[in-house]
Write a protein that binds this ligand. Structure first.
Ligand SMILES: Cc1cc2nc3c(=O)[nH]c(=O)nc-3n(C[C@H](O)[C@H](O)[C@H](O)COP(=O)(O)OP(=O)(O)OC[C@H]3O[C@@H](n4cnc5c(N)ncnc54)[C@H](O)[C@@H]3O)c2cc1C
Length: 382
């Protein structure tokens, strides 16, 4: 019994399974995951603390419920070690192998890890799964000051959430301002002010060089000579698509697993979507691209080849102290930003040389209200 195999039960894996089942209720379907296979909404990980949520309360459906809903076999706590594209089989770490007619790689992305000097470096946490969140929540018990490495999108969300839970947060990073890779300076500074007003401290244009254990906590040494003491250290310096399995199997890999608009990799019958995939040159590690890709791939797997389209998909940054909505501009786009102060925030628009809107960064309650009207003016991504 071969059928369709989906590797990964994150938002990408489960949503493509649901879409497949809308059109095809008979093909045998197996999902494999190295975690517990519970269905949850990953973006909740960076605003769950303030809401007092535990890892258990973030679970929306158990693996058993998902297996029933999808009429699928779900192999949880199962790690795939290799992929044989010719024999069309996945080899598990246990030594077992599973054959497939169609395979979907939905293996996500891993947090980028950096090796620092010092005996505390190994204790630095990252949060990219329910299990990570459970550990993070346990570690924060009794801790009143947290050092957070990385002032990007996920770092700012965690900073706001940890601060909202009543703890002091020290954010460290080499950028001149938060969200430095996504928004123009005025927008980043407006977010920084909003977060500072809620008690968060930024240490920018510097990096951590060493993390030592000290008493019950840690001492972080910064390149600018400062020292920060904290009871816990969280790193949020970015995610990297998980491409090792695909690469070892000889599939084309660039920044992500390379797929065309039908989400087909360089091997026939093997597809990829979600954080691991590079769709026509675009690596977009967000929920909305998955919600566009899953219905298209569900149809394709059911025998009706369907290309994915990406409309403009702005990202809402979950920083309630100073909300932000950003539609990032491609690094090679030609044009310029115009910036206007609106209320306590900023409305920054990026127009090309012909005056066409290509992207925006809206910060603060008043400016973010405009995001839907502006999104309608943006060109599609794919
Ligand atoms: C803290 C945080 C906050 C976020 N907030 C937002 C937000 O507000 N808005 C937004 O749009 N996006 C947000 N994102 C991004 C969004 O959550 C992701 O784009 C999305 O969840 C990725 O889903 P995925 O299914 O591709 O990957 P994942 O959820 O990472 O799933 C990967 C799956 O593959 C499995 N797997 C991997 N390798 C193997 C293997 N070798 N063997 C077996 N199983 C394997 C894993 O067990 C897992 O089931 C956030 C991300 C994080 C981490």
């Amino acid at each position: 019994m071969a059928g369709t195999l989906i590797l990964g039960t994150g938002l990408a894996g489960y949503n493509v399974a649901r879409e497949l089942r809308k059109h095809d209720t008979s093909t045998p379907l197996t999902l494999i995951t190295q975690d517990d296979g519970e269905y949850y909404t990953k973006p909740m990980l960076s605003n769950a603390l303030t809401q007092g949520k535990t890892a258990e309360s973030l679970v929306q459906q158990s693996a058993q419920d998902m297996a029933r809903e999808l009429d699928a076999d779900i192999r949880a706590r199962t790690t795939v070690a290799s992929l044989d594209t010719r024999a069309r089989k996945l080899c598990l770490e246990s030594g077992e192998s599973l054959e497939f007619d169609s395979l979907v790689l939905a293996v996500g992305a891993s947090p980028i890890e950096f090796s620092y000097e010092g005996d505390g470096a190994g204790d630095i946490m990252t949060v990219n799964s329910l299990a990570d969140y459970a550990r993070f929540r346990r570690t924060l018990e009794g801790v009143d000051r947290v050092a957070l490495i990385g002032p990007g999108l996920i770092g700012c969300e965690f900073a706001n959430d940890i601060s909202g839970s009543g703890r002091q947060v020290e954010v460290i990073g080499p950028d001149a301002y938060p969200l430095g890779r996504l928004v123009p300076e005025a927008a980043g500074r407006a977010l920084q002010r909003g977060l500072e007003q809620s008690g968060i401290t930024f240490h920018l244009e510097t990096v951590v060089t060493r993390v030592d254990r000290e008493g019950d906590g840690y001492c972080l040494h910064l390149k600018n000579g400062d020292r920060i003491r904290a009871g816990a250290v969280l790193s949020a310096i970015g995610l990297r698509p998980r491409t090792a399995l695909a690469e070892a199997a000889g599939l084309e890999v660039n920044r992500g697993i390379v797929v065309d608009r039908h989400l087909i990799t360089s091997a026939e019958g093997i597809h990829a979507l979600g954080d691991c995939a590079e769709v026509e040159g675009q690596v977009l590690p967000y929920v909305m691209p998955i919600m566009q890709a899953a219905p298209a791939l569900g149809r394709t797997l059911a025998g009706e080849p369907t290309a994915v389209s990406y409309p403009a998909m702005p990202v809402r940054v979950k920083t309630p102290s100073h909300p932000v909505v950003v539609s990032p501009v491609s690094p090679d786009a030609r044009g310029q930003w115009s910036v206007e102060e609106v209320g306590e925030g900023v409305k920054a628009l990026f127009h090309d040389e012909q005056g066409k809107l290509l992207g925006f960064a809206l910060t603060g309650r008043e400016a973010t209200r405009e995001h839907q009207a502006l999104t309608r003016q943006l060109p599609s991504i794919l």
